[in-house]
Design a protein around this ligand. Structure first.
Ligand code: NAP
Length: 532
């Protein structure tokens, strides 16, 4: 029996990470509580219910690999599943593995402090309830704190205003309405084509044009599913070793070894496959600006062909960042939407929105009358959810203070001064630069194996040394600086949040190489960590 509120492990977040963590830690015999502020399981897929929301990684890859029975039983209906189907899948997992009895929903974690004398975490919920745990695992997600922009007058708007990441469960009726969408990132790029079909008129306010490739989404035929299921193990293994955690061919070739004709053919073939496999066409796309520019121009040419009005097409062509350094979008009919009579694109690059008014928004002399405003304005990514909690480690050390100049961790998994605290897909790990499912499973397995190691040996605490952490932070920076990522004002760089330190948050070394580094640390008895 566990005394009330006292657990071996408390997991914050009941999304993809939290569900798998609970399953694995239970197998170890730990008492576990998962806490989530949402009223349902599913994490990102619980919240993001905007029209057109679907995954940009293929579902047969973006699904758990840890249960052979589950992956054989579950059948995805489309190549890229829509949000309701992904949420249904995660709810099914919660039921099938009897996870719900250890999940507390509608509960936010406000604070957690280390009780050094007891080697335990003292955790306080938003309602003031106290919990206590030996291990505190942050499965809080990389994109779970929506960013509401500081546009003057937001509160004044008399129509409906919704952020894509906080979409109402009952949906939003835009039929016959004048709708404005602010933002052209992945969320907006998915929502815009659907809203355009339903609304009387749609105005898209674009600050930065984005690259996008077609998803070529469609139903998954029974034959394709059967063949894929038969090869599941091979494809999963391949995905785990690739840079981005996807089972496609990552070319070791330099772009300069190919003739222009070969290059064009390679790009076309990958464009015809759809999704992110274009990134892996040549090894130097993320290192060499000239190599990257060749892919940029290939994609701009596609935009020019997809959009009828040359002036609109030019506005939609990105010129200010190398492709991939801001997350590329994967779309269904996005650029073609601008060929519709009821859609207008307004660039706010040089002339930002002055204010939201009661009946719309104003830019300079022009007033845009709107019934509904959709904010596709993104998230306080990767660190936002961690820093939303007042976390205090040894000697009352505050994580907010420790990370004031940017996040510091060992392997993106653990933090010096915060023993027995783990972060799943934390800053300094591949996370958002990879298929999240692959990265999540790798982190959960590493963390659970680590906890098993401690318990088998009667070890009370584990935490990285300062030296281990310094070395990892330096390595993350070195690999990042050798890439093109720092050239973009992206959320990967913290650039979308005023005052956030400009550091590259994810680790760009690739999923396969990263896994080897993590495994090597464990194999050497958690080298660089203090076990006490
Ligand atoms: P995002 O990529 O951060 O895009 C936010 C958009 O809002 C950008 O176009 C940004 O412009 C604009 N914006 C922000 N503040 C603004 C302001 N004050 N005025 C005008 N424009 C403003 O956010 P997101 O689209 O929600 O996507 C976030 C991430 O979630 C994606 O990159 C992806 O990793 C993930 N995601 C995945 C999927 C999928 O699997 N299909 C779907 C949705 C999201 P700037 O670029 O100029 O800052």
């Amino acid at each position: 029996m566990t005394p009330r509120g006292r657990y071996d492990a408390v997991i914050v977040g009941a999304g993809i990470s939290g569900l798998y963590l609970l399953h694995r830690l239970r197998e170890l015999g730990l008492s576990v509580l998962v806490v989530d502020q949402a009223t349902g399981v599913g994490g990102t897929w619980f919240w993001n219910r905007y029209p057109g929301a679907r995954c940009d990684i293929e579902s047969m890859t973006y699904s758990y690999s840890w249960s052979h029975e589950l992956e054989q039983e579950w059948t995805w209906s489309e190549r890229y599943a829509a949000q309701p189907e992904i949420l249904a899948y995660l709810e099914h997992v919660a039921d099938r593995f009897d996870l719900r009895r250890d999940i507390r929903l509608g509960t936010r974690i406000a604070e957690a402090a280390l009780e050094e004398s007891e080697d335990r975490w003292s955790i306080v919920t938003g309602d003031g309830e106290r919990l206590s745990a030996t291990f505190l695992i942050m499965a809080t997600g990389c994109l779970s704190v929506p960013r509401i922009p500081d546009v003057p007058g937001l509160a004044r708007f008399a129509g409906e205003l919704h952020h894509t990441g906080l979409w109402p469960h009952e949906g939003v009726d835009v039929a016959g309405k004048r709708v404005g969408v602010i933002g052209t990132g992945s969320s907006a790029v998915q929502a815009i084509p659907i809203i355009a079909q339903e609304a009387a008129h749609l105005t898209v306010f674009q600050r930065t044009a984005n690259f996008s490739v077609p998803a070529w989404n469609g139903p998954l035929g029974a034959d394709a599913v059967r063949k894929r299921k038969a090869r599941y193990e091979t494809l999963r293994s391949l995905a785990r070793t690739t840079p981005a955690g996807n089972p496609w061919n990552t070319s070791p070739q330099s772009i300069w070894e190919a003739t222009p004709e070969e290059r064009e053919r390679e790009f076309e073939e990958r464009y015809a496959v759809g999704g992110f496999c274009l990134h892996a066409a040549y090894r130097d796309i993320f290192q060499d600006p000239a190599a990257n520019e060749l892919l940029c121009e290939f994609l701009r040419e596609k935009i020019r062909r997809r959009v009828h009005d040359p002036a609109v097409a030019e506005l939609l062509c990105p010129y200010d960042h190398p492709v991939g350094t801001k997350r590329m979008c994967v779309d269904t009919g996005y650029f073609e939407t601008y060929n519709r009579d009821n859609v207008r694109l307004v660039s706010i690059r040089d002339r930002p929105i002055d204010e939201i008014t009661e009946r719309g928004l104003r830019i300079g002399e022009e007033h845009f009358a709107l019934d509904t405003i959709v904010l596709g304005t993104g998230f306080d990514a990767i660190t936002g959810a961690l820093l939303a909690i007042d976390l205090r480690g040894r000697g009352g050390l505050s994580l907010r203070e420790k990370w004031a100049g940017g996040p510091r961790s060992a392997l993106g998994l653990a933090i010096a001064g915060f023993p027995n605290l783990f972060t799943v897909t934390g800053p300094g790990s591949p996370s958002v630069l990879s298929n999240m499912m692959v990265s999540i499973e790798q982190h959960v397995d590493w963390i659970v194996d680590c906890i098993a190691h401690l318990r088998e040996r009667g070890i009370a605490t584990i935490e990285p040394t300062d030296e281990r952490e310094d070395a990892w932070v330096a390595h993350v920076r070195e690999v990042g600086d050798a890439s093109l990522y720092p050239r973009a004002a992206s959320w990967y760089m913290g650039a979308n949040i005023p005052g956030k330190p400009r550091v590259l948050l994810p680790y760009v070394g690739g999923v396969g190489a990263y896994r080897e580094l993590c495994d090597a640390v464990a194999e050497r008895g958690y080298e660089g960590f203090v076990l006490r």
